[in-house]
Design a protein around this ligand. Structure first.
Ligand code: NAD
Length: 389
C-alpha cells in the first residue's frame, strides 16, 4: 500500500494588485490593529516608497511608530531593539514592510514581544513551536517590496545568531501574516542586483520544493508554474524594472515559491545559509551561485521530474536543456559563476570549508535534498562554487 501523506497550511488573505497599498488602513482595521509598529529597513526608509505609505496611514489618521534598525540578514540585536520599540510605543500589531529581512524581523517582533522564553527556544525543530504562548502573538500585515523570499506568506522568520554565526529559522504557525498587500508597484524601485537576486531566490524555492522528495502534488503544481513565471518574467524585469506586468508575475512567483516550500527545500539552501551567516552575502544571489552545481549533483534523483518541468516550460533538450537554461539565465542576470564574485578577497582554508560543510548538513533544509546531503557532498559542492568547474 502506498502512503500518500502530506500537509497543507495556507490561510493568509492576499490582496494582490497594483495600487492596493492604498488599502493599508482597511487591512489594519480588518485585523484589529489600531496602533501598528511599521517595521522596515534603513535603505527603504530613505526611499519615497516608505514616505508615501506612511502618508496613507497619516491621511487615514492611523497612529503608528516606525522601526527601521534592520540589517539585511537581520541579527538578534535588531530583534531586541525592535521589541523594545514595540513595547515603548504600546503597539498592538505590526506592519512588516520590505524585503525578506524587514518582513522576517517584523514577524519576529510580533511573535516574540509577548513571549517569556528566548527566541532560540522556538527554532524550527520538531514541535518546539508549541512552547510558545500563542495568545501573546500580535497580528501582522505584511507588505513585500521585493519579489523573492515569499516571507509574506510564510510562518517562519530567519535571524542570525551572532555568537555562532548561524542563520536560525524561527517557526510558529501564528507568525503567518493575517493579511498581505502584494502591490507590484512597490517593487519597481528595486535596483538590478536585488531584482536579480530576489528573483533567483523565488526560482530556488520553486525548484527545490519541486525536487524535494515526498508526496505533495499541490506544492509540486504551484512550484512548476512558479518556475515558468520566473523564467519568463525575471529577464523582463531585469531589463526593464518598470514593466509592471512582469513585476506582478514575479511577485506571484515569490509567494508561490514560499507556499510550495512547505514541502521542503534542499542543498542550495543548506549551503547558502552558512555562507550568508558567515559572509553576509545576499541570500538569493548566494542561492543563484549554487543552483547549477546542486542541480547537476542531484541529477540521478531528479532527472525524470526535470524533464517534465522542462517540457512544461517549453524548454527543449530535457535535463541538459533545463540546466543550460539556468546557466544562461544566471549569466544574463550577471549572477557570478563563483562565490568569489560575491565575497571580496575570498580565501577559504580547509578548516573554514570543513565548518561550512558541517553547518550545511545540519541545516534544517538539508533533509529536503533529493539525495541525502553528506559532508563530502557538501564539500564537493562548495569547491565547485569556489572553482566554477
Ligand atoms: P532584503 O530584505 O535583505 O533587502 C535587500 C536590499 O534591498 C535592502 O537594502 C533593501 O533596502 C533593498 N530593497 C528592498 N525593497 C526595495 C525596493 N522596492 N526598492 C529599492 N530597494 C529595496 O532582501 P530579500 O532578498 O528580500 O530578503 C533576504 C532575507 O530574507 C534574508 O535574511 C533571508 O535569510 C530571508 N529569507 C526569509 C525567508 C522566509 O521564509 N522567511 C525565505 C527566504 C529568505
Amino acid at each position: 500500500m502506498t502512503t500518500l501523506v502530506s500537509k497543507w497550511n495556507y490561510p493568509t488573505t492576499v490582496r494582490f494588485g497594483a495600487g492596493r497599498i492604498s488599502e493599508l488602513p482597511d487591512a489594519l482595521s480588518a485585523t484589529g490593529i489600531s496602533n501598528p509598529l511599521f517595521v522596515t529597513d534603513p535603505g527603504l526608509a530613505s526611499l519615497p516608497v516608505v514616505a508615501s505609505t506612511l502618508k496613507i496611514l497619516a491621511d487615514a489618521k492611523v497612529p503608528y511608530g516606525v522601526f527601521s534598525d534592520v540589517k539585511p540578514n537581520p541579527v538578534e540585536s535588531n530583534l531586541t531593539a525592535g521589541i523594545a520599540a514595540f513595547k515603548q510605543g504600546k503597539h498592538d500589531g505590526v506592519i512588516a514592510f520590505g524585503g525578506g529581512s524587514a518582513l522576517d524581523l517584523g514577524k519576529l517582533i510580533a511573535f516574540q514581544a509577548g513571549q517569556t522564553r528566548p527566541v532560540w527556544d522556538f527554532e524550527d525543530i520538531g514541535d518546539w513551536w508549541t512552547r510558545a504562548d500563542a495568545d501573546a502573538i500580535v497580528p501582522i500585515v505584511a507588505v513585500p517590496t521585493t519579489a523573492g523570499t515569499g516571507s509574506e506568506v510564510g510562518r517562519a522568520g530567519v535571524v542570525t545568531h551572532e555568537a555562532t554565526h548561524t542563520k536560525k529559522v524561527i517557526f510558529h504557525p501564528k507568525m503567518l501574516p493575517q493579511i498581505v498587500i502584494a502591490d507590484p508597484e512597490l517593487t519597481v524601485g528595486m535596483p538590478p542586483f536585488i531584482t536579480a537576486g530576489t528573483g533567483m531566490d523565488a526560482l530556488a524555492h520553486c525548484l527545490e520544493a519541486y525536487c524535494a522528495p515526498g508526496y505533495h502534488p499541490m506544492a509540486d503544481g504551484i512550484a512548476v508554474e512558479g518556475v515558468r513565471l520566473v523564467l519568463e518574467n525575471l529577464p523582463k524585469v531585469f531589463a526593464n524594472g518598470s514593466d509592471l506586468t512582469a513585476r506582478a508575475h514575479m511577485m506571484s512567483a515569490a509567494a508561490m515559491g514560499a507556499t510550495a516550500f512547505q514541502k521542503g527545500l534542499g542543498a542550495i539552501h543548506s549551503l547558502s545559509h552558512p555562507i550568508g551567516a558567515l559572509y553576509d552575502t545576499h541570500h538569493g544571489m548566494t542561492n543563484a551561485v549554487f543552483m547549477p552545481y546542486v542541480l547537476a549533483n542531484n541529477r540521478d534523483a531528479i532527472e525524470e521530474r526535470i524533464v517534465r518541468l522542462a517540457a512544461y516550460c517549453g524548454i527543449e533538450g530535457g535535463f541538459d536543456g533545463f540546466a543550460a537554461t539556468i546557466r544562461k539565465l544566471r549569466a544574463d542576470l550577471k549572477v557570478p559563476n563563483t562565490l568569489g564574485g560575491l565575497i571580496k578577497d575570498l580565501a577559504m582554508d580547509d578548516a573554514r570549508k570543513d565548518l561550512i560543510a558541517e553547518m550545511a548538513i545540519v541545516d534544517p533544509t538539508a533533509g529536503g535534498n533529493p539525495i541525502p546531503l553528506t559532508k563530502q557532498m557538501a564539500l564537493d559542492l562548495l569547491n565547485k562554487a569556489i572553482s566554477g568547474e
